[in-house]
Structure formats: C-alpha cells, structure tokens
Design a protein. Structure first.
Lengths: 93, 417
C-alpha cells in the first residue's frame, strides 16, 4: 500500500485515492496552441523511472486534488501538496 | 546445434542425459556489429531470429541487462489470441497466431502451444451485440470466431456462476484457435535458433548510454564496453521510457505495473481460457495444474516489478464472482511486470525517430501473443529500413496525425487500455 499524507485528512491508504496521471502537464491555451503543443500535452510523457510529480484525487476523503511527488521504482512519497496553490492546503513532506 | 528429436532423446538417455550440449554460446562482445538489438526478451530474441532466418543478417548482437527472458516474457499469463476488431490489429495478430501455429516445428523447440480456445463472456444484451459485432469483424478479416449462447457456454464451461443475477451470463464470443503457450520456452527457442545462426546473445550487458554522430545513433555504451552498429534497435517494452530518456525522446507511453497469479496445482479443472465480461479477469490452467490468472493494472505509473495488495483483492474478487469454485484454491505465487502502456492501446514498431535507430514498444498487456509477429515485422523494418505492410500502421507519428488505433475507443488514457 502506498500511504499519502493528505494535507486535509492526514496519512491515508492510496486505495482511497484515484490516480490522475502526470502532474507536470499544463493545458495549452486554445487561442495560441499549435498542433504540436496539443500532441505534447495529450500524448507525450516524460515517464521517468524515479521521481514523478503526479495527481491523486482523494475520492473517498476530502475530494481534493493533490500533487504528489513519488518514486516510480520504490513508491517512496517525497511531497504532498494541494494541486491548487490557492486552496489553503499546507504542503507536507 | 544438435537437432532435438526422439532419437537425440534416446541417444542422450543412454548416457544418462549428462552430455547435452549447451543450448547457446556465451560470447564476448565484439566492437561492432551490423545490427544490435537492445532487449533479450521474447521480442528482441524473435527479432534476432527472423533477421538471421528471413533476411540473412547474422552479424547481430542481442544485449540483455539481466538473463535472457528475465522480463515480461516470463511474467505474463501466456494467453495467445487474435480477437481484434480494427484492421491493423486484426491482420498483425492473426499473422502472429499463424506463426504460433508452426512455431514449435520452425524452432525445433517445443513451445507447448495449446489451441484450447479463448472464451470472452458477455453479461448483457448490449455486450452480446458488441461480441457479435467483434466476431463479425474478425470473420471478415479472416479470423475464426464463434458466438455462443448461454446454453452453449454452460455445456462448455459448466462451473461458471450461472445463478449470478447482477451479472448473468448471456453468452460468449469464442476464438477456438486461441490458447496458451509455454512462455519461457518461447524465449529459449528463439534464443537457441538465433544463436545457431550466428547471433551473439550478450547477457549481463546493460545499455548505459548511446553513441551519437549528430542526430544519428551509431552504437551503445554498455556495462560490457562500447559496441558500435550501423543499426541500433530497441525492444525493451516496460523500460522503454528509461532508455528513451537517454536519447532525449518523449514518447506516447506510460509505464505501469500489471500483476499475475498462480494457484497450487489441482486436477484438470478448466480446458480453455476464459475471460470475465463484468470485470477485468482472465483465467486458464497450466499443464502443471495451477490456475494462472490476472486482471487490471495497479493504476499508477510504476517501474517496480511488484504489485500492491488492493489490486490483488480486486482481481480475486472478480475471479470468485465469475467462478465461485476457485474461492478455496490457494494462491501460491504472484508477480508483477511493468508494461509500456501506449496512448491508444496499440504498439509501435517503426524506423526512427532518429537515423540509425529502430523502435519496438508500447505493447500494453498484449506483448506475449505478439512475440512472433513483433519479431518478424521488426526484423523486416530493420533489414529493409521500412515497415512491412503488417506493421505500417504502428507508427510513432499516428498520434499527432489523428490516426490512433484505439481498439476500445477510450481515448488517450494509458491505464484504460
């Protein structure tokens, strides 16, 4: 079990969460984005073996989206913060 | 290489089986080859075999970071089928199945290919209609498919849960020519065949970097020294991301872990491969008697070749719902393999994206059954510098071009395929 220290709910099992994938992607601005920008955003991933910044949704808890830094080889969690910087959740690490 | 036959068995039996020759050599790396293939798993070894056999290219090395077949070719549930709907997939996997049908003879190595059939259960009228549509698509593509009603399924597999009111069994789509094979034997058979044709199989030889001449890839740095080659090919599904990063490539792939399980050996219990339609679960029985089964991905990016308990619970729950009789059988082993989950669920076999480089990746769950055709098509792509008709659709550019081959129609979410 991966344990995620939710800023609102405390340390919880990952089975309470829904995985949201790569958390480093930014949706392109539809006014200015080229097809290449969309291809990068929709399809291409860094897919690192090691530290990975990713989104987890606390579906069975506070229902907040979290930004988690986790090692994809060891599952060690380094950092958990709200995915929305203005939401008031404190980062824990 | 001595040919295996009943006579060689008797001859070696008379001397107590003490003098069988080594199955392949353990050569030292040469400084350069015509082609090198990174990855000594099923696909890499099959590629080397077909490069030598079909294209006469034998100055080839296969580089394996561990021992041959230590990755996903030894971590799957051994299912072979070609029940695809989209033309690119249907023709490719059907060619693979045809190669499977002659593989033991071709390799002179028993891969224990058993065409026991693959049964996909349907649990509602819409699922039956989808099954009929898929079955019709398969038959139009020249693939065998049969639609069974509930009574026919019951006659074939009497011990499914026919009393389940939430997920009643309406019928099934069956591919009679599908089945299972002995997974390790496939790697060993291809390795033996490639070695006999002069291919160097280099184990404990991890690629640590690439040699470049501008854009062009001209060789690799390995833990056993520098090796140059005019053609550098990569078949390392599961670890594609790790090596692509060394080339500065971003690919339409995420790496995820998939678990599989085997129970204690029991008497003959199920003589086909059966998959659940109301959850993700697939089951067959090995020749040793163990029930071999698997289900869904763990659901998050992972390079760890081990899984997590919540998914064990989910897979086994689905299995017991489908076939309650297995509830009392003990699971003796489970393992995890890491998958290249591509963005449309279909693989990539192509030249490039750099000069001198060839890419074979993105196999999702389906790499084992694809082994013969993957090697066959990749060898053609490397030898001719262009894809074969059978893998012409499996390009890297298809995503940007809007030509994704999305069998399930679920969109660019790797874990959903």
């Amino acid at each position: 079990m991966i344990r995620i220290d939710c800023p609102w709910c405390g340390m919880r099992d990952h089975s309470e969460f829904t995985y949201g994938g790569d958390g480093t992607l930014t949706r392109p601005d539809p006014e200015t984005a080229t097809l290449d920008d969309w291809n990068d955003y929709v399809y291409l991933r860094d897919n690192p073996r090691g530290r990975h910044t990713e989104l987890w949704h606390h579906t069975q808890g506070c229902r907040q989206w979290l930004s988690v830094v986790r090692d994809t080889l060891t599952h060690e969690v380094f950092e958990v913060a709200s995915a929305r910087p203005d939401s008031g959740g404190e980062a824990s690490s | 290489m001595g040919r295996y036959s009943v006579f060689s068995l008797i001859r070696h039996g008379l001397s107590g089986h003490r003098h069988w020759p080594k199955v392949w050599r353990d050569p030292e790396p040469k400084p350069a080859y015509d082609a090198i293939i990174i990855g000594g798993g099923g696909h890499g070894l099959a590629t080397a075999y077909y490069l030598a056999k079909e294209h006469g290219i034998t100055n080839v090395a296969v580089l394996e970071k561990g021992y041959l077949g230590s990755g996903n070719v030894g971590r799957n549930t051994t299912i072979v089928r070609s029940n695809y709907m989209l033309p690119e997939n249907a023709h490719f996997y059907e060619w693979s199945l045809k190669l499977w049908e002659g593989l033991s003879q071709d390799l002179n190595y028993n891969v224990m290919f058993s065409q026991r059939g693959v049964v996909n259960l349907a649990h509602s009228q819409p699922q039956m209609e989808a099954a009929a549509r898929r079955g019709n698509a398969m038959r139009l593509n020249g693939v065998d498919a049969e639609l069974l009603d509930r009574a026919q399924v019951r006659a074939m597999i009497p011990h499914l849960d026919y009393e389940n009111e939430r997920f009643p069994i309406y019928g099934a789509l069956v591919q009679p020519r599908g089945g299972t094979a002995r997974h390790d034997a496939v790697a060993w058979g291809y390795a033996r065949g490639a070695d006999a044709r002069g291919v160097d199989l280099l184990q404990d030889c991890e690629v640590t970097g690439f040699l470049r001449d501008g854009e062009r890839v001209i060789g690799v740095e390995t833990t056993r020294g520098t090796i140059r080659a005019a053609k550098v090919a990569m078949a390392v599904a599961g670890h594609t991301g790790q090596l692509a990063a060394k080339l500065g490539l971003r690919l339409p792939i995420e790496t995820h872990v998939l678990q599989a399980f085997v129970t204690e050996g029991i008497k003959p219990f199920i003589d086909t491969v059966v998959t659940y339609g109301a959850g993700h679960f697939y089951l067959s029985q090995s020749d040793k008697g163990g029930l071999v089964f698997g289900g869904d991905l763990d659901g998050y990016n992972s390079y760890a070749q081990r899984g997590n308990l919540p998914l064990v619970d989910e897979v086994i729950s689905a299995g017991v719902a489908m076939m309650p009789a297995i509830a009392r059988v003990r699971v003796v082993r489970s393992w995890g393999g890491v998958m290249d989950m591509s963005m449309d669920g279909s693989p990539i076999i192509c030249t490039g994206p750099l000069p001198g480089f060839y890419l074979n990746c993105g196999w999702c769950y389906g790499g084992f059954k694809a082994t013969p055709a993957s090697g066959w098509c990749f060898a053609h792509t490397i030898a001719q510098d262009r894809p074969h008709e059978l893998n012409a659709g499996f390009t890297l550019e298809r995503f940007a071009q809007g030509r994704a081959i999305d069998e399930k129609g679920v969109g660019p979410v790797p874990g959903h395929h």
